[in-house]
Design a protein around this ligand. Structure first.
Ligand SMILES: CC[C@H](C(=O)O)C(=O)SCCNC(=O)CCNC(=O)[C@H](O)C(C)(C)COP(=O)(O)OP(=O)(O)OC[C@H]1O[C@@H](n2cnc3c(N)ncnc32)[C@H](O)[C@@H]1OP(=O)(O)O
Ligand SMILES: [Co+2]
Length: 134
């Protein structure tokens, strides 16, 4: 069911500083800041030869990553995103296996304009998993 690793997301306390670190210190290909109000975050994508890094910062009230940054004030790896061919079939299979699909269970459109869903970290070895339909 899961395919390629689409991205690894890092929550950061200062998005501009983190983007500059990847651009200037690590010499990476760093994209622009992208507000994603429907997800309560601002993101910056860093394109690597074999996958992407997604820098995340809270946007607005009630951001789903605010609690994570309170617990990890320096930032930290927030989630990993795997690609799937059919996100609704994947969600149904996962729910049937007893895993929790977060939110309403309906996919939202993510930062790449594709449907995404999230799986509860407590069901997957303490790791927040995002699925993106490609
Ligand atoms: C623009 C879209 C973009 C894209 O790629 O397209 C994105 O990726 S958007 C990313 C931001 N959106 C989300 O993360 C949505 C899904 N996340 C959530 O719904 C919450 O973050 C949730 C429910 C996973 C955690 O929320 P919160 O921290 O407020 O809840 P709790 O404190 O009750 O946490 C429960 C339990 O889980 C542990 N936890 C929380 N976050 C993580 C994490 N990122 N990785 C691992 N574990 C996590 C937390 O410590 C609690 O554990 P406990 O032992 O009970 O203390
Ligand atoms: Co993501």
């Amino acid at each position: 069911m899961i395919g390629r690793l689409n991205h690894v997301a890092i929550a950061v306390p200062d998005l501009t500083a983190a983007a500059a670190l990847y651009r200037d210190t690590l010499g990476a290909d760093v994209g622009p800041e992208q507000d994603e109000p429907d997800h309560g975050v601002t993101v910056v994508f860093i394109t690597l030869p074999n996958t992407k890094i997604e820098l995340l910062h809270p946007l607005g009230e009630g951001s789903p990553i605010a609690g994570f940054l309170e617990k990890n004030p320096s930032g930290g790896i927030h989630h990993i995103c795997y690609e799937v061919e059919d996100i609704r079939a994947a969600a149904a299979r996962l729910t049937a296996s007893g895993a929790r699909v977060l939110g309403t269970g309906e996919p939202k459109i993510g930062a790449h304009g594709k449907p995404v869903l999230f799986l509860h970290p407590k069901d997957f070895t303490g790791t927040l998993i995002e699925l993106e339909e490609v």
